[in-house]
Design a protein around this ligand. Structure first.
Ligand SMILES: [Zn+2]
Length: 545
């Protein structure tokens, strides 16, 4: 076997030792060589100057949630720009929905609508139906009166630790459920059948492949409000068995499902999953990643835990659990061999998490645990320096700048604009920067995220902490090598290097050679996973020049 080859290509390898090549040779699912095409190659594809990169890897996404959202009412600003348009969209879906059944929508942002949808208006739009609308952040939702009645919080709220049933001035619930209060709705709809989840995964995979994604990290399965079933991992296995998984997935286990293991005391594995399975278990296609723990909530939803109040407010958000409980879970997971990925948005939440990582590493030293902080949204100089010193991987989302940036700037106020969603200062501090979307929170196509990492503009055109802009080359490296590193997979993927998996994306043009305003619109010609063409075509490369 001598494999096949892509030739006459502009290969951006993302490997500093050999940054450019003109041909990639592939055999048995792996890259075997660069530039030197063997005489007996079974097939030689002339890419006519097209650009080849390592396949994109989304280091933080919600694949099942995105797949399911494809069948829900689209409440993003371009589909429902005002509350009246939102109610009209719900009314249309309700007419096609039997009484008592669910009308589910997702993607609304109260910053753009001028307010959250209200239970009474939803009851008018969808009489007798159960309405459930998810905020674009995923950290809150609105339900109608029918659902509130099902939940027994129709007339008065109940206390929810780590969450809130919002009420009006008279104490009547408005329909808004924040953070862990969303588990109330979950109790009505979860668990979903595995077959339905596998369908959602397959639908998401088809979209991902069309965008050049070859790997993604699912940020929380099996428990808590981000999960869909306690048996969620089996849905990924089912999709794989059906030949519909499409992309390689790394699954983070929700921290909620870690439990005392009953292992030998000398093992020092206080918590984990049954059988002692931990980060790294699996193979090149389905693999267990970090455990996902939520420290706080959302910046645009103003629930994230800040050291100082939100702009124009006396509220500073809240943690999703007592700091001591969060830290105890983080330390127990660290001791038990887990990579820990903690969602922390506000600087107070980041402080609490860094304290836990520091204590874990001091008391229970472990070589290279690569603990992560998801989002790392509001980080002052102190948080930045501590994260770098502890070897933490911060996982920010470039696309948030354009879709959520205006709401974020307003939430923190001008004094903290320079602390928002750092990128450049992470690299300057020697940290590894992965690329991620948090889809379906925002659009997840990697080229959109890469463009925003370079451009740093909000949807209204305002600069979004522009000092943190990075180059297209740096953004591409984040979405490839950086994400592979965050998954402890840089030995197997993340660059076009002989020996690595043949996961590649072919672009019509070079993102580092076009103007930054054109990056988002570049065409994905083909996506190759494990040496197999999974999207597009290789037969008609564009004319170069
Ligand atoms: Zn997320």
């Amino acid at each position: 076997m001598t494999g096949w080859a892509l030739v006459n290509a502009n290969v951006l390898t993302m490997d500093p030792a050999r940054p450019r090549a003109s041909a990639v040779i592939i055999d048995d699912g792996r890259i075997t060589a660069l530039d030197d095409v063997p005489a007996g190659a079974s097939r030689v594809v002339d890419l006519r100057g097209a650009t080849v990169l390592p396949g994109f890897h989304d280091a933080h996404n919600h694949m099942t949630g995105f797949g399911m959202s494809l069948g829900e009412v689209d409440l993003r600003a371009d589909a429902a720009g005002t509350l009246d348009e939102l109610y009209a969209a719900i009314e249309r879906r309700a007419r096609a929905t039997a009484p008592g059944e669910w009308v589910v929508g997702s993607g609304y942002d109260q910053n753009k609508l001028g307010g959250h949808p209200h239970r009474d208006a939803l009851d008018r739009a969808a009489p007798g139906r159960r309405v459930w609308l998810r905020h674009t952040s995923g950290h809150m939702c609105v339900v109608n009166g029918v659902v509130l009645a099902d939940l027994g919080v129709d007339a008065a709220a109940t206390e929810i630790p780590g969450g809130r049933v919002a009420t009006d001035a008279g104490g009547r619930p408005t329909g808004l459920l924040e953070e862990r209060a969303q588990l109330l709705v979950g109790s009505l709809v979860y668990p979903y059948p595995l077959a339905e989840l596998a369908d959602a995964i397959a639908q998401a995979a088809a979209v991902y492949l069309s965008e050049g994604i070859t790997s993604c990290t699912e940020a929380g399965i099996g428990g808590g409000w981000v999960a869909h079933s306690p048996a969620e991992l089996a849905a990924y296995q089912l999709a794989r068995d059906q030949g519909r998984l499409g992309v390689r997935v790394e699954l983070m286990t929700a921290g909620e499902v870690l439990h005392p293991l009953g292992a030998h005391a000398g093992d020092d594995r206080p918590v984990g999953l049954d059988l002692g399975i931990t980060s790294g278990f699996g193979d090149d296609w389905v693999r267990l990643g970090a455990t996902k723990i939520f420290a706080d909530g959302s910046l645009v939803g103003r629930t994230a835990a800040m050291n100082e109040p939100y702009a124009g407010s006396d509220q500073a958000g809240y943690l999703q659990a007592e700091a001591a409980d969060l830290q105890a879970l983080i330390i127990a997971a660290h001791r038990s061999g887990w990579q820990v990925a903690t969602h922390a948005i506000g600087d107070r939440a980041i402080d609490v998490v860094l304290d836990a990582y520091e204590q874990a590493l001091t008391q229970y030293p472990r070589r290279d645990p690569r603990h992560r902080i998801e989002h790392f949204a509001v980080a002052g100089p102190r948080q930045l320096a501590r994260a770098a010193a502890l070897g933490v991987i911060a996982v920010p989302q470039g696309r948030f700048a354009s879709e959520l940036g205006d709401g974020m700037l307003a939430a923190v106020g001008p004094d903290r604009h320079g602390w928002l969603y750092r990128q450049r200062s992470l690299l300057e501090a020697g940290m590894v920067l992965p690329g991620s979307s948090d889809r379906p929170v925002v659009a997840g196509a990697p080229l959109l995220g890469i463009a925003d990492m370079v451009n740093r503009r909000t949807s209204s055109g305002a600069p979004f902490n522009p000092d943190e802009a990075i180059t297209a080359e740096q953004a591409l490296r984040a979405w490839t090598w950086g994400s592979a590193y965050a998954s402890r997979q840089e030995h197997a993927k993340g660059s076009v290097t002989p020996g690595k998996l043949a996961d590649l994306v072919v672009l019509a043009e070079d993102p580092t050679a076009v103007g930054p305003e054109r990056i988002a619109g570049l065409e994905v010609l083909a996506t190759i996973v494990g040496g197999e063409l999974r999207f597009g075509t290789l037969d008609q490369g564009p004319l170069s020049g």
